[in-house]
Design a protein around this ligand. Sequence first.
Ligand code: SF4
Length: 673
Amino acid sequence: MLNVYRLDNNRVIKTISSQNCESYIMKSSHSPRHEDFFPYPSSREGQKEMMGVIEEAVRDGKDICIEAPNGFGKTCTTLCGTLPWIKENQGKILYCARTHRQLDRVVEELNVISERNTEVSGISFRGRSHMCLNEFVLENADYVASVSEVCGELKTNGRCPYYENLQKIKDPEQLLENLPKRVFTAIEIVNVARARGMCPYEMAKKLVKVVDVVALSYLYVFDPFILESFMPEIDTAMKRVILVQDEAHNVPTTALDSASDALTMGTIRQAMREAASYHDKITQKFCKGLAETILDNSVDLSDEDEKVVSPNGIYESALKTSEIDEEVMPLHHMEDLGKKIRKSQLKAGKFPRSAIFKVATFLQRWIHLSKREDYTFILSSMVYGRRAKRVALEIVALDPTTITGNVLKMIHSSVAVSGTISPIYAYSEMLGFSGQSINQVFKSPFARQNRLCFIIDGIDTSYKNRSRGLFSRMVDHCVAVAHATPSNTGIFTTSYYIAQSLINAGLSEKLKKPLFLEKQGMKGSENDELVEAFKRHGENQGAVLLGVQGGRNSEGGDFPGSDMESVVVVGVPYARPTPRIQALIDYFDVRFNGRGRDYAYVLPAMTRAIQAAGRPVRKLDDRGAIIMLDQRFGTPYLKRFLPSWLTEITQIVPDNPSIIAEQLDAFFTRPQI
Ligand code: SF4
C-alpha cells in the first residue's frame, strides 16, 4: 500500500491509497492545548487555571471534581480542558447533563468553539421519545410498553420507513460530511432528518460514532441497561472516553433512581385482566395472590406511608395465598406469556404492551436482589391528585457508587463540575472517585459588592417551632425583601404546605407587588407561562414568585438580571425521615465511614437550599441579594455545607425586617460594579 503525506493548514494529512481512496487526518503537527480551542479574546478570572487543571488531570488519566460558581463559564472551560486529549487520542467526550436545556447549552458553547477550531464536532442526543417521527409509536407508548421496545420490533420487521431510508447511508463519516455544519442540537438533527424523510434518532446514533462531543442525559451512562445498549453505538473504546458530569450534585440521586424500580397495584390488576382475557389460570391465580398479599401487608399504612418488607416473604406469601406450587415457576411462565402477548399484538398491528410481562420481570429482579445489602425493599402507599391511592412494591437502590464506579472503571477519566458541590470531598466520594482523584474549588468571578447574603438570626423554622406568630414573622421578612428589591423576588419554601401557610398568614395581602404561585403537580407548560408572566414584571417594579426548594423553578430556572434580583430561602428542606431515608443513612454510615446522616440526609437538603439561593446570580454582571430565612444555616454544623461563593458574602443579621429593608435599599441603590 502506498502512503502519501501532505501538509495542510499546519497538519500532517496521511492519504492512504486504497480501493476507496479514503483520507483522514492522522496527527497534528503539535499536541493541541486548551488555548487552541478557547474561543474568546480574553478569559475570566480562574478560567485559564481551570482549563489547565482539567487538561493535566485528563492527560494523567485522573478523575477531577470541580466546584465553580454560576457565571464562571464552566461549560466552555471544561470543553477546552478536555478537547486536547480526545483530539490527540481519537477519543470522545460524553458530556452528561440533566435537562435538555443544559444539553443544548453544551452544544451552543461547542458551536462557538468550532468557529475558532473547525475540526471540532458534536451533537446533543435525546431519547427516541423526543426524536421519533413514527406516529404509531408516539401515540401508543406508555409505561408498560416503551418507545424503545416498539421501535425495536418495527425495525426488526422492516416496518418503519424513516429507519429504512436512513439505512441507505452506510458511512457515518460521509453523513457528517454531507451535513451543513459539524455541531448540532437535537432539534437541529430532527429538522435535518425530517426534511430527508429519515429517522432523527437513528441519524443521531450514526453521528455519535464520529463526532468529538456527545451531550446526553445521565441515564445513558448511569442506567446499566441503557449503557449496555448505548456503548457499542459510540464506536470508541471506553478507555478513550472522557465523561463530563455537569451539575454533578445530581449524579448520586440519578444513579440511585436509575437502579430503583416500582410495581404498582394498578399494574398487578391490569395483569389479572390480561390473564383473564387469555384464559391463563396460573397468572390469574398468582396475581390475585400477590394483590391480596400486598393489601394484607398494607393495612397498617396510612395515606403517605411506607415500610421495609422482606422480598422473599412477599413472594412466598403470594405463592401461598395463590396456592401455586413453586415448581410451576409462575414467574417464568408469566414472562413467556408476556412475550407471546406482545409479539401477537405487534403482528396484529397493535401496540405491544403486557402488564403480565412487567409483573414477571419486576418480581424476578425483586427476588434476584433480595440478598444484596445495597438495596432495600419497600411497600409504599401514596395519594395523588384527587385522592387516588397508589400502593406499590419498590426496589430502592442505596449505593450510588456501585453504579458510578462501574462506569469509572471503564473510561479514561471523568470531570465532575457543579456550583453546588460542597463539601467537595463528600461528593467526590459519592461519585465513586478514588483517593487519587483531584478536588478543586474555584472562586466566584462576581464582584463581591454585587452580591449579598443575610442569614436571619432568631428565626428557626423547625417543625417544633412552627406557630401563627412564626409564620406572620416570616411573611414580614418576605414582604420587606420584596419591597426593597427594585425588580423581581423569588421566595422558595421547604414544601408546598409551607408556601400555602405563608399565604394563609397574609403574604398576598401584605405584598404591594403581584404574587405568582408555583403549584404542586403543575404541568411544565403551565409553569412556563407562569414564569414568563413573572419575568415580564422584572423591568417594571417587580413581582414575587413563590415556589419550593428542589422544585422546577428553584433548581432549573434561569433568572438573570431583573428576572430575579433577590431570593428568600425559607427553612432547611430536610426530607421526611421515612424508612428509605433511614435505610440510606444506615447504609451510608457503613459505606462512608460514619457519615451516614451527613451524606444521606443533610447534604441533599443543603444542596436544594443552595440551588435556590443561586437563582439571582446567573451572569457576571448580575446583582443579587440572598436571604436565608432560618438561623440554622448559620450554625457551624450547616455552614460546612455552604460553598465558598456564598460564605464569602454571608452576614448573620438580627430578626428585624425594617433593618433588613434598609440594608437592601442601600445595596440596591449603590452603584453597580
Ligand atoms: S426507527 Fe426512528 S422513527 Fe422509526 S420507530 Fe424507531 S425511533 Fe421512531
